[in-house]
Design a binder for this molecule. Structure first.
Ligand SMILES: [Fe+2]
Length: 208
């Protein structure tokens, strides 16, 4: 094994040995904003927006994961179609998660990231670990979308009132539009129409 030849440069030791298992104080605590960028937005605006965006982030991450759970666990005659649809929506939610998290960082905040923190914060009802039938999968996803859509509309109005046009644009153009489209694609699977044979007209109509 090659010997280490440490050199000294001021107080730091220079060597090829990786410094492993390091820990230190946080450089920014959660729920705070830094003032790195000249955004022309007041600190209270950045604080309020980052706090609300973190709630939306936690819910969007939960919906993203609910899509992957549904993609893996779906069963029945519509398996192939839903398996693909769930994964398409998952990919789109991944994009939204990144956009929301980076908006929080851009505003000087600290974005939520880890599963335990997300689970503690989200407003979406946790599903069981086991598999559920398709109508339940779809209903859970639609319910999660509804929570996110409601919250996005509210936050879009607030960001507009506070003149945070960038956040407003993200919320309306990306988050709201994507969620509205996805909830439509899901909801159409919950319409009870015949698959093979059309329903016969009622007797009363036939007589008339
Ligand atoms: Fe897959």
């Amino acid at each position: 094994m090659a010997k280490l030849h440490p050199n000294h440069n001021g107080n730091r030791t220079i060597s090829a040995q990786p410094r492993l298992h390091q820990r230190a104080r946080e450089i920014q605590v959660y729920s705070s904003v830094s003032h790195m960028l000249p955004l022309e937005l007041e600190e209270p605006v950045c604080l309020e927006m980052t706090e609300q965006l973190n709630q939306l982030l936690a819910d969007t991450m939960t919906l993203r994961d609910l899509y992957k759970k549904s993609h893996w666990q779906v069963a029945g005659p519509t398996f192939y179609e839903l398996h693909l649809l769930y994964d398409k929506h998952y990919d789109e939610q991944v994009e939204l998660v990144d956009s929301i998290a980076e908006r929080i960082q851009l505003l000087g905040g600290v974005s939520l990231a880890m599963a335990p923190d997300v689970a503690e914060t989200t407003q979406i009802e946790p599903p069981p670990r086991g598999r559920e039938e398709v109508p339940v999968q779809l209903s859970r996803l639609v319910d999660a979308h509804q929570i996110i859509i409601r919250q996005t509309r509210k936050l879009a109005r607030r960001s507009s009132d506070l003149s945070d046009a960038g956040t407003n644009d993200l919320l309306v153009s990306e988050v709201l539009r994507t969620n509205e489209l996805q909830v439509w694609f899901l909801s159409e699977h919950l319409v009870n129409v015949p698959l093979v044979e059309a329903e016969k007209p009622s007797l009363a109509k036939e007589v008339a």
